[in-house]
Design a protein around this ligand. Structure first.
Ligand code: AMP
Length: 187
């Protein structure tokens, strides 16, 4: 089963992705984690992206699409993809469609965790304290939110027409969001 978890930073995509990974024996494809990992390894990609990441800007489609291509074509991960933080632009969404077509896969469910700016800000501030994430200072949070609104909203329009698109109130408790996801998957 392939699933896209969609929603602004701090909406709880990562938490739900981890739940789905366990439940369906899948892989969490968090582009944020994959990119942070490149920075930690101090790889060539890591050196190219560190400034954008720290400033809350998007990493180039070229870099992100390449990372995703390797994953989609990895036979071990076939039909076991839980996307968390990808796609984030129309060009990434179109790229994903192509990659899935070319690897005989499809997305079964798209879950949009919808939360207000206020809820996101307070959650990210808590996460900053708990996880000591360097890109999560206040200015960055606002930049990331604005970037989300500007670039990711069209992706929402792109997906919301699909019959497998489900919107969930992301301000609910974690367990309640999980229950809603489960209800949709059962149908
Ligand atoms: P996240 O952990 O998903 O909130 O992502 C953290 C940061 O990684 C973002 O602010 C971007 O700089 C970068 N990033 C993650 N996913 C993507 C993506 N799909 N496209 C471009 N940049 C991304």
């Amino acid at each position: 089963m392939n699933i896209i978890l969609f929603g602004p930073p701090g909406a709880g995509k990562g938490t739900q992705a981890k739940y789905l990974v366990k439940k369906f024996n899948c892989f969490q494809i968090s582009t944020g984690d994959l990119l942070r990992n490149e920075i930690q390894k101090n790889s060539e990609i890591g050196k190219k992206i560190i400034n954008n990441m720290n400033e809350g800007k998007f990493v180039s489609d070229e870099i992100v699409n390449k990372i995703i291509k390797d994953i989609v074509f990895d036979p071990q991960m076939k039909n076991k993809l839980i996307f968390d933080g990808y796609p984030r632009s129309i060009s990434q969404a179109k790229n994903l469609d192509n990659l899935l077509d070319n690897s005989n896969q499809k997305i079964e469910y798209i879950f949009f965790l919808n939360v207000s700016r206020e809820v996101i800000l307070s959650r990210i501030q808590k996460r900053k304290i708990l996880e000591k994430r360097s890109d999560d200072d206040e200015n960055t949070i606002i930049k990331r939110y604005e970037k989300y609104m500007e670039t990711t909203s069209p992706v929402l329009d792109f997906y919301s027409k699909n019959t497998n698109f489900y919107e969930i109130d992301g301000s609910l408790q974690i367990d309640d969001i999980t229950a809603k996801i489960n209800d949709f998957i059962k149908v």
